[in-house]
Design a binder for this molecule. Structure first.
Ligand SMILES: NC(=O)C1=CN([C@@H]2O[C@H](COP(=O)(O)OP(=O)(O)OC[C@H]3O[C@@H](n4cnc5c(N)ncnc54)[C@H](O)[C@@H]3O)[C@@H](O)[C@H]2O)C=CC1
Ligand SMILES: N[C@@H](CCC(=O)N[C@@H](CSC=O)C(=O)NCC(=O)O)C(=O)O
Ligand SMILES: [Zn+2]
Ligand SMILES: [Zn+2]
Length: 379
């Protein structure tokens, strides 16, 4: 039966309140308005940022909402004026939009886009500042402009990347967030050169993708730092060459790393979201040129600090969102790289579950063995 122009009733995992188990509900998904795209989500993974917002620590977190931002699906219908995708196209929703027209997009200096960010930050669509999700008339907020924990979602047309229809959606859903973030932090944000010494704090999916990117950039030493030594074995497969567990040392971890590397590392990446570790990641960098990239997302109210002397003496502190990749232009390129076996994706998937098992998937996120759990959304 044709669904275009109709309200679709489907299942979604609804976060009614912070920290309360998500509830699988029947939700009504309104048709896309001008400049919008309704997508049938086939597979979604969970990212730690979903857990962060669910925890109530995200200043932009609004409830009730439908979380989820690392997914793949098929366009069901498009609103007026949408030209770049059509029903049947295979797509990856992009929480970081790319309109190609705004001041940010035109600058060439950033992958951030200003076109819809004000609306996505408050859980609504640009057109009418309303949600397309409801339950018996009660609006449910969108999240990150993607809300992929629903069998159908509505996104802005600037927030969807059309990909190779031959790509397996149950795998390439990961290219919606964590893997590109780590790779791009190395390639786009830090621009690591061959021969560099790299330190990675946190060996989850994002940290391992940093390792993969650093290996591809021919870094000479890739030092993985994690408080869970069980992470070390797996990290070798992603390019980590040495391991340090801060718990094994009495000295501050930045001093341990400075001693290990004749004065400090060329590049460091914080992939945890811990502001004390962010400081250590900056301070383990080599005087004169070492660059530290903040990737992890820290909770509301948290602030970073260091002695300004650290920067006066040439260290550089940076951050990255989605690894600096321009989403609509570059996600299809990452899918192609995966299809040519130039980047890993399957290796980050440690668990597969289904939509009704959403809460189990959130529990898994906190287990050391889990990198990414992919949910089959149509079960
Ligand atoms: N900037 C961006 O665009 C993005 C940021 N993120 C953020 O990146 C961070 C990492 O994400 P995932 O890799 O999925 O997380 P994860 O939780 O899988 O990995 C974090 C790792 O850090 C380790 N760890 C925790 N405390 C530590 C400490 N004090 N010292 C050393 N290691 C420690 C844990 O054992 C774990 O292995 C999260 O904060 C997430 O929200 C995720 C995607 C995009
Ligand atoms: N709402 C949060 C912001 C969290 C954050 O920094 N998000 C990252 C992506 S994390 C993906 O898993 C990001 O790209 N930020 C840029 C943006 O435009 O949101 C808070 O306020 O803490
Ligand atoms: Zn994410
Ligand atoms: Zn833009």
């Amino acid at each position: 039966m044709a669904t275009q122009g109709q309200v679709i009733t489907c299942r979604a995992a609804v976060a009614w309140e912070a920290n309360k188990p998500l509830v699988i509900e029947e939700v009504q998904v309104a048709p896309p308005q001008a400049g919008e795209v309704r997508v049938k989500i086939l597979f979604t993974a969970l990212c730690h940022t979903d857990a962060y917002t669910w925890s109530g620590k995200d200043p932009e977190g609004l409830f009730p909402c439908i979380l989820g931002h690392e997914a793949a699906g098929i366009v069901e219908s498009v609103g007026e004026g949408v030209t770049e995708v059509q029903p049947g196209d295979h797509v990856i929703p992009c929480y970081q939009a790319e309109c190609r027209e705004c001041k940010f997009c035109k600058s060439g200096k950033t992958n951030l886009c200003g076109k819809v960010r004000a609306a996505t930050g408050v859980g609504v669509m640009m057109n009418d500042r309303k949600s397309r999700f409801s339950i018996n008339g009660k609006p449910i907020y969108h999240f990150m402009g993607t809300s992929t924990f629903s069998q159908y979602t509505v996104v802005h047309d600037v927030s969807v990347a059309k990909i190779d229809p031959k790509a397996p959606l149950e795998k390439v859903c990961l290219l919606g967030c964590g893997v590109p973030t780590g790779l791009g932090a190395v390639w786009n944000t830090a621009k690591v050169e061959a021969g560099s010494i790299v330190a990675i704090f946190g060996l989850g999916t994002v940290g391992l993708a940093v390792a993969e990117g650093a290996k591809a950039a021919s870094a000479s030493r890739i030092i993985g730092i994690d408080i869970d030594s069980n992470k070390f074995d797996r990290a070798k497969d992603f390019g980590v060459t040495e391991f340090v567990n801060p718990k094994d040392h009495d000295k501050p971890i930045q001093q341990v790393l400075v001693d290990l590397t004749d004065g400090g590392v060329d590049y460091s990446f914080e992939c945890i979201g811990n502001v004390s570790v962010m400081r250590a990641a900056l301070e383990c960098c080599h005087k004169g040129w070492g660059t530290s990239v903040i990737v992890g997302v820290a909770a509301s109210g948290q602030e970073i600090s260091t002695r300004p002397f650290q920067l006066v003496t040439g260290r550089v502190w940076k951050g990255t969102a989605f690894g600096g990749f321009k989403s609509r232009s570059q996600v299809p390129m990452l899918v192609d790289k995966y299809m040519k076996k130039e980047i890993k994706v399957d290796e980050y998937i440690t668990h597969n579950l289904t939509l009704p098992e959403m809460n189990k998937a959130f529990d898994l996120l906190h287990e050391g063995s889990c990198l990414r759990c992919v949910l089959d959304m149509q079960v």
